[in-house]
Design a protein around this ligand. Structure first.
Ligand SMILES: Nc1ncnc2c1ncn2[C@@H]1O[C@H](COP(=O)(O)OP(=O)(O)O)[C@@H](O)[C@H]1O
Ligand SMILES: O=P(O)(O)OC[C@H]1O[C@](O)(COP(=O)(O)O)[C@@H](O)[C@@H]1O
Length: 300
């Protein structure tokens, strides 16, 4: 079984506006509310691929209920731990440019964290655990490394700087930084593909088995010890890129779970990310299938 962990889920409130003027009244042309947070998005896109998973993490209050109901409607299994404060609501403004405001998230007690660690201890060596997204400020910064050490199965990680670095010792199957996150880790601008590949290889030296670097509209790279694939994405009408990175992670796991080669899994990963960028919500299986043949892979 695949388990996703979202320590800081969110209701994503997507607001489309034709004009966006700071300091003035703006009216939305369209709004959407989606169950979000990185692990939850991975579970949702896995479901689109026909791959079952169980979503773990902390939920609270009415936004937490919204998330649970929405996952239940999609027939995604959940085993969330209830917290007293409300799950956060993240605002995604879609005007001329995409602007996001991600909230800090609710308090989580030590007992609730221990409860989560007990869930992880009960997993089996055949399970895969996806650790994704930020952590609420009340949770200790070493939580990902504790989870990774306790997990008897494979782990996949999509998180920022220190959280990501903290799990490399546990040899994640793959990690998925985007270019900005790599630049943050290595504290320099990355101008060329070769520079990005070098940084990915540094992370492999530190313990990651493979590194998938997503590059937004520039596609993605899959870097392993022995080979590098580069994917180009088709141009299209970008509607909402929220969840594109999570869709990429889900596509890779779906491919691997279904026994596809690394090459085919990576293609499915990039198609999943791109299809999500081209739609309001996360991509459906049909939308992913539609862009799949337009993803061009080369060996670098
Ligand atoms: N503007 C875009 N056009 C086409 N595909 C995109 C675009 N933005 C994102 N994607 C797809 O989504 C994937 C993940 O996007 P990215 O922005 O790098 O991730 P994250 O959401 O983690 O920052 C990319 O590798 C690509 O496949
Ligand atoms: O945990 P973080 O880093 O605050 O990110 C949470 C946000 O990221 C998302 O999971 C989307 O992530 P991506 O666009 O990177 O795929 C949203 O659903 C959520 O609002």
């Amino acid at each position: 079984m695949i388990y996703t962990v979202t320590l800081n889920p969110s209701v994503d409130y997507i607001v489309f506006t034709d004009t966006m003027k700071i300091g003035e009244l703006n009216r939305a042309s369209q709004t959407y509310k989606f169950a979000g947070g990185k692990g939850i998005n991975v579970s949702r896109v896995l479901k689109s691929h026909g791959v079952e998973s169980t979503a773990l993490g902390f939920t609270g209050g009415f936004p937490g209920d919204f998330i649970k109901n929405s996952l239940q409607e999609d027939r995604i299994m959940t085993d969330f731990i209830e917290v007293a404060e409300d799950t956060r609501i993240n605002i995604k403004l879609k005007g001329m440019a995409e602007t996001e405001i991600n909230a800090p998230g609710p308090s989580v007690t030590r007992e609730q964290t221990e409860q989560l660690l007990q869930q992880i201890q009960r997993l089996s060596p055949d399970d895969t655990l996806v650790l994704a997204g930020s952590i609420p400020s009340s949770v200790d910064a070493d939580i990902y490394s504790r989870i990774a050490q306790l997990c008897p199965g494979k782990i996949v990680v999509d998180a920022e700087k220190d959280l990501l670095l903290s799990v490399l010792d546990s040899q994640p199957e793959f990690i998925k930084p985007n270019k900005a996150e790599l630049e943050q880790i290595f504290e320099r601008k990355l101008e060329t593909v070769d520079e990005i590949i070098d940084c990915a290889r540094e992370l492999i030296k530190k313990g990651a088995k493979n590194v998938m670097v997503s590059l937004g509209g520039e596609g993605a790279l899959y870097v392993s010890e022995s080979l590098v694939y580069q994917a180009e994405v088709p141009s299209g009408h970008v509607v909402n890129t929220v969840g594109s990175g999570d869709s990429t992670v889900a596509g890779m796991i779906a491919g691997m779970t279904q026994g596809l080669s690394i090459e085919e899994s990576f293609k499915l990963a990039v198609a999943s990310g791109t299809a999500t960028a081209f739609t309001e919500d996360l991509a459906t299986q049909e939308q992913i299938a539609h862009v799949l043949s337009d993803i061009k892979l080369t060996i670098v």
